[in-house]
Design a binder for this molecule. Structure first.
Ligand code: TMP
Ligand code: ASP
Length: 253
C-alpha cells in the first residue's frame, strides 16, 4: 500500500488524506478504550464490524435526508468521508437513564426518560469530556445558538432513526453519542453528522433479555465484545455470522 499522509490518530480510528481535496479516509482500528483510555485492549474484528455498522447507519440516515460525512466504504476497515471541521462536542441523546446520567442523578439504569434528552460534553480527553451547559458552548464560541438548535434537531432525527432500526431487530436504544461537523458549500455552512455511529458509541440492550450489546461489555467486563457487536451486525443483516472469524484463505466454490 502506498504511504498516505496521516491527518489524525484517535483512540479507535485513524484519518488519512483522501484521494481528492475535501475527502479523508477513515480507518477503523481494533483498539478499544474506556474511562479516558485508562482501560485498553485490542479486540480482533472490532474495526471491521464498526466500519460496516457505521456505513449501514450513515447510509440509512442519508436515505431519510439526514446529511452525513459518509461517502462510501473502501474496504474491510476503511471508508471515504467528507472532511469536516469537527465541533468539539460529544452530542449525547438519551432515551433511558444509564451511565453517567444514572450515576449523577442516582437513577436506576433503564429508567425511561419523559422524553429524549440531548446533552453536550466538551471533547477533551485530559478533562474527561465534561458535561457542559449551552451557555458555555455559546460563550466560548464552540457553536452559536443557531448551530445548537440545528444540532439538537439533527440529533433527534438520528435518535428516531436509530431507535426505529434497533427496535426492528429487538434492540433497545438506551443512549448514543454523535459528533457534528461543519462543511462549506461555497459560502454556505452546513452541519452534518460525522465521526462514526457504532456500538462503541451507543448503549444497546436486547429487548427480551436486557443483554448488553455495546461497549459496556468491555467497560464492565461482561463478556466478549466482538460477539456482542457481531450479534448486532447479524440481526441488522449487515454481516453474515462468523464473517470476522475468517483467519485464513478459504476455498470459495
Ligand atoms: P455516558 O453515560 O458515559 O455519559 O455516555 C452516554 C453515551 O454516549 C453512551 O452511549 C456512550 C456515549 N459516549 C461516547 O461514545 N463517548 C464519550 O466520550 C462519551 C462521554 C459518551
Ligand atoms: N469516554 C468514553 C468511554 O468511557 C471513551 C473513552 O474514554 O475512551 O468509553
Amino acid at each position: 500500500m502506498a504511504r498516505r499522509k496521516l491527518v489524525y490518530e484517535g483512540k479507535a480510528k485513524i484519518l488519512y488524506e483522501g484521494p481528492e481535496p475535501g475527502t479523508l479516509v477513515q480507518y477503523f482500528k481494533d483498539d478499544a478504550t474506556a474511562f479516558n483510555a485508562e482501560k485498553k485492549a485490542t479486540i480482533d474484528g472490532k474495526g471491521v464490524l464498526n466500519n460496516r455498522l457505521s456505513e449501514f447507519f450513515m447510509n440509512g440516515l442519508q436515505r431519510i435526508g439526514v446529511p452525513t460525512h459518509f461517502i462510501r466504504r473502501l474496504n474491510m476497515r476503511e471508508q471515504l468521508i467528507r472532511q469536516v471541521e469537527i465541533i468539539p462536542l460529544e452530542v449525547i441523546v438519551r432515551n433511558f437513564a444509564a451511565g453517567s446520567m444514572a450515576k449523577r442523578l442516582g437513577m436506576e439504569e433503564g429508567t425511561p426518560l419523559p422524553r429524549p434528552i440531548v446533552e453536550f460534553s466538551y471533547k477533551d480527553d485530559a478533562l474527561g469530556d465534561p458535561l457542559v451547559p449551552e451557555e458555555y458552548i455559546i460563550a466560548f464560541g464552540w457553536a452559536t445558538q443557531q448551530d445548537l438548535d440545528d444540532i439538537v434537531a439533527l440529533a433527534l432525527r438520528v435518535n428516531d432513526f436509530m431507535a426505529g432500526v434497533m427496535h426492528g431487530v429487538g434492540i433497545k436504544l438506551v443512549d448514543f453519542k454523535i459528533e457534528i461537523g461543519r462543511v462549506w458549500d461555497n459560502d454556505f455552512m452546513r452541519l452534518i453528522v460525522a465521526d462514526e455511529i457504532s456500538p462503541d458509541s451507543c448503549r444497546l440492550w436486547d429487548i427480551e433479555t436486557g443483554r448488553k450489546l455495546d461497549k459496556d461489555v468491555f467497560r464492565r467486563d461482561l463478556g466478549d465484545l466482538a460477539d456482542a457487536y457481531t450479534e448486532v451486525a447479524t440481526r441488522l443483516g449487515v454481516m453474515p455470522k462468523n464473517a470476522t472469524n475468517i483467519t485464513k484463505p478459504t476455498l470459495i466454490n
